[in-house]
Ligand binder design. Structure first.
Ligand SMILES: [Zn+2]
Ligand SMILES: [Zn+2]
Length: 180
């Protein structure tokens, strides 16, 4: 494929990243376009974490609202590999997030995913995903986690560590059960 090329009326330059030049779009009031594309990124770097990405797809309607203002509305879908909060095994986490954003091109506000009259869909999609990442992911509600002494994954095996340092308040119940 030759770059840049015309996609659905919008000039795309896929050189290094996913920059959509929307100059012509911006000067046609009321103009509306849809872009539906995969984001070709393999890894999401966030804080100290690197999450492997299976796929990310963005479907976005761009509407010119007039006065150099546009609206981005659509959905981002994807699958990331995120470690289970208890056992650290990687979980396929499916995400789907809707968005609707107004962008003013002559505003003072610096917008991360806008560079001149270019819209960086990759940056935009990754930002949206980071905002909507869950606080924690579990491989299963019944995940037993790892032994905090020897590191054995207790979903896969047992160990001989004494992990019976039960909260003293709970021993009351332990004794109670003995009576039955
Ligand atoms: Zn787990
Ligand atoms: Zn152990």
């Amino acid at each position: 494929m030759q770059f840049p090329f015309r996609y659905n009326g919008i000039t795309c330059d896929w050189g290094d990243n996913m920059q959509y030049n929307i100059t012509d779009f911006l000067f046609n009031d009321g103009m509306k376009r849809n872009i539906s594309t995969d984001i070709n990124v393999k890894e999401l770097n966030f804080g100290n974490n690197n999450y492997q990405i299976d796929f990310i797809h963005i479907d976005v309607d761009i509407t010119n609202l007039g006065y150099k203002k546009i609206n981005l509305k659509g959905v981002i879908k994807g699958t990331l590999k995120i470690p289970c909060d208890r056992c650290m095994e990687e979980v396929d986490y499916n995400l789907e997030t809707n968005f609707s954003k107004d962008i003013e091109f002559d505003g003072d506000e610096k917008i991360e995913f806008i560079d001149g009259y270019n819209l960086d869909l990759e940056k935009f999609a990754l930002d949206e995903i980071i905002i909507h990442l869950p606080m924690k992911v579990l491989c299963s509600d019944t995940c037993k986690g790892i032994c905090n002494q020897c590191g054995t994954n207790l979903n896969k095996g047992t160990c001989n560590c004494d992990n019976s340092d039960i909260d003293p308040r709970l021993t009351v119940f332990k004794d109670l059960f003995k009576e039955f």
